[in-house]
Design a protein around this ligand. Structure first.
Ligand code: NAD
Length: 302
């Protein structure tokens, strides 16, 4: 530990990282942290999920090796720095624990209650939530002052931005430690105030939701909407393709947080988005969403 500014406040040098949730984001954060020299422990609800996450990281590092952006020794060193953590208690020695579990407040609150019991007192707890109040999540822990939002973008190895969100109680040493950690990953930070969905998703998700309304009302097909926004607005991906990439369950949860948190009908989730989520067509991660990814080429589902 290194001394902080204020009386009794200590900032912590982060060496060992714990991750809760080995899905798209958890595995991406583990990947980037391990490449940059951090030891990483990854926990999920089952050994199977943990192993899927570790296999994803291995596959993605393999792709980087093929492209020549890393060499064999770098890949091996990164893989050696990552381990599975079958129980939450295995994260007890971590300096920073980032929660990247499903976008569901009840699940996250329970994780943070459990982490409060096992994390060392000086450890920082963080959430990668896309939309949920950091202040509220912090209040479910034993250390709201050592709690912060660290919002990575998907896919983590590719995207440059990380949003940092302070809760009302987050102290300066915690903020500094988190900022230094992100700098060591070679990423750029923007600060956002703790309001629903922060900056990126406050702007991005209403656009995606509007694209789903455009489809729902029959203004255009999946293909027409995505082509229109790629070629007409110069977006690298169409909004429906992007929704599939994010995960439709995550998109719906973010819209619900915006709708509930800002009490404005302009954030009403599109019923068609709800229907896709109810069908379990959650996007790329399950191979079906606005497109069907089971064949060689994605095929629109509407
Ligand atoms: P995902 O569905 O790919 O992965 C979520 C993982 O959390 C799953 O493996 C699931 O088993 C695990 N999980 C659920 N409950 C758990 C528990 N109690 N303990 C441990 N693990 C548990 O979702 P994702 O896309 O990786 O999103 C994770 C978080 O990151 C969400 O909060 C989401 O809003 C946020 N996020 C997502 C994106 C994106 O584009 N997908 C971008 C930035 C942030």
């Amino acid at each position: 530990m290194i001394p902080g500014n204020g009386a009794g406040e200590m900032s912590i040098e982060i060496r060992k990282l714990g991750i809760v949730g080995a899905g798209q984001m958890g595995s991406g954060i583990a990947h980037v942290a391990a490449l940059n020299g951090f030891s990483v422990l990854v926990h999920d609800v089952s050994e199977e999920r943990i192993n899927t996450g570790l296999a994803t990281i291995n596959g993605n590092l393999g792709r980087q090796l093929q492209k020549g952006t890393i060499d064999e020794a770098t890949k091996k060193a990164a893989v050696d720095r990552i381990d599975g953590a079958p129980t939450l208690a295995d994260l007890a020695s971590c300096d920073l624990i980032i929660e990247a579990a499903s976008e569901n407040e009840a699940i996250k609150r329970k994780i943070f209650q459990d982490l409060s019991k096992i994390a060392k007192p000086e450890a920082i707890l963080a959430s990668n939530t896309s939309s949920i109040s950091i202040t509220r999540l912090a209040s479910s822990t034993d250390r709201p002052e050592r709690f912060i939002g660290i919002h990575f973008m998907n896919p983590v190895p590719v995207m440059q931005l990380v949003e940092l969100i302070r809760g009302i109680a987050t102290d300066d040493p915690t903020f500094r430690s988190a900022r230094e950690f992100i700098a060591k990953l070679g990423k750029t930070v923007t600060m956002s105030e703790d309001f629903p969905a922060f900056i990126v998703n406050r702007i991005l998700l209403p656009m995606i939701n509007e694209a789903v309304y455009t489809l729902y009302e029959g203004v255009g097909s999946v293909e027409a909407i995505d082509t229109a926004m790629r070629l007409g607005a110069n977006h690298p991906m169409g909004p429906l393709q992007l929704a599939d990439f994010i995960g439709l369950d995550t998109c719906l949860s973010i819209m619900q947080v915006l709708h509930d948190g800002l009490s404005d009908s302009k954030y009403r989730p599109c019923p068609l988005l709800v229907k896709y989520v109810e069908a379990g067509w959650l996007g790329r991660k399950v191979k079906r969403g606005f497109y069907d990814y089971r064949g060689e080429k994605p095929v629109p589902t509407r």
